[in-house]
Design a protein around this ligand. Structure first.
Ligand SMILES: Cc1cc2nc3c(=O)[nH]c(=O)nc-3n(C[C@H](O)[C@H](O)[C@H](O)COP(=O)(O)OP(=O)(O)OC[C@H]3O[C@@H](n4cnc5c(N)ncnc54)[C@H](O)[C@@H]3O)c2cc1C
Ligand code: FES
Length: 248
């Protein structure tokens, strides 16, 4: 069992930050943990969550409450049943500049990535897309970990009105980026990969997982090199290799 440090903290509407004692675990941006609220069978399966950050022996995750499992986890106290970190994360190749494009809770893994890239000398531009201002979380962390931070909201209540990919298109027309990283709803990632043109683009998929460690094949996705299990071959993939229609 893994110790929860403090209580889950509400960081935006329906979004909770959990801090977990990770001991001497090592991780990389883009990896995930799987979590159950307790040792019992409700829910039966652990739920996957990307690392929002990991430093000083503490793993941070942001949980958006969408159902029973995330509801129980957001109200947890004491200890949680956690496996990981695991999975294949983002490549951290040295680059002059990187554009990070996230949608909703899909922005979470981009915070850890932004911190790592900035620390390695890459100029980081972070775009956070949300439906409305109330769903924007952890602005201070994103601002600290990037050079430029922009919010877009579908209803115009914060930052630029409109979708995050429309701002991405404008920035790409005005500036050159060496690498693009993306995580969010499938429709958003599909558009982002199209807009990337020749620029290397990596995406983190968040499809349905079963076991989370390679046994059940419940997370299988189609790629240009055949079927892949997102939990062990990903969740981060070359954006152009994923048949995004297969994610549903
Ligand atoms: C690699 C990976 C990383 C993830 N990182 C995060 C994260 O950092 N923060 C976070 O809040 N969530 C993240 N998710 C999604 C999270 O795992 C699901 O929201 C969670 O498992 C839902 O559990 P539940 O019991 O609350 O919902 P359920 O009761 O199982 O389902 C409730 C509703 O949510 C939908 N749903 C469930 N799982 C998913 C999913 N994976 N994608 C889309 N819709 C889903 C169901 O269709 C249903 O409508 C990630 C998923 C993956 C695969
Ligand atoms: S979730 Fe079971 S193999 Fe990937």
């Amino acid at each position: 069992m893994t110790r929860l440090i403090g209580k889950p903290e509400e960081v935006a509407r329906d979004h909770y930050m959990l801090r977990l004692d990770a001991g001497d675990a090592v991780s990389a941006p883009g990896q995930f943990v799987t979590i159950k609220p307790g040792e019992g069978t409700d829910p039966l399966l652990r739920r996957p969550f990307s690392l929002f950050d990991h430093h000083d022996g503490v793993i941070e995750i942001v949980v958006r409450v969408v159902g029973r499992g995330t509801g129980l986890i957001s109200r947890a106290g004491g200890e949680l049943d956690m496996l990981g970190p695991m999975g294949r994360g983002f490549s951290l190749e040295r680059a002059g500049s990187a554009l990070l494009v996230g949608g909703g809770v899909g922005c979470a893994p981009l915070n850890y990535l932004a911190r790592a890239l900035k620390g390695a000398g890459t100029r980081v531009t972070m775009l956070f897309g949300a439906s409305s201002s109330g769903f924007v979380y952890c602005r201070d962390e994103f601002i600290r970990n990037s050079h430029d931070f922009h919010v877009t909201t579908d209803d115009g209540s914060e930052g630029r009105g409109g979708t995050v990919v429309s701002l991405m298109a404008e920035l790409l027309a005005a500036e050159k980026y060496d690498r693009i990283y993306c995580c969010g709803p499938t429709v958003m990632m599909k558009k982002a990969v199209e807009l990337a043109g020749p620029v290397p683009v990596e995406i983190s998929v968040e499809n349905y997982f079963g076991c989370g460690f390679g046994i059940c094949a419940g997370c299988t996705i189609e790629t240009t090199s055949g079927l892949k299990r997102a939990c062990v071959h990903g969740p981060v993939f070359d954006g152009r290799s994923v048949i995004l229609g297969s994610l549903g």
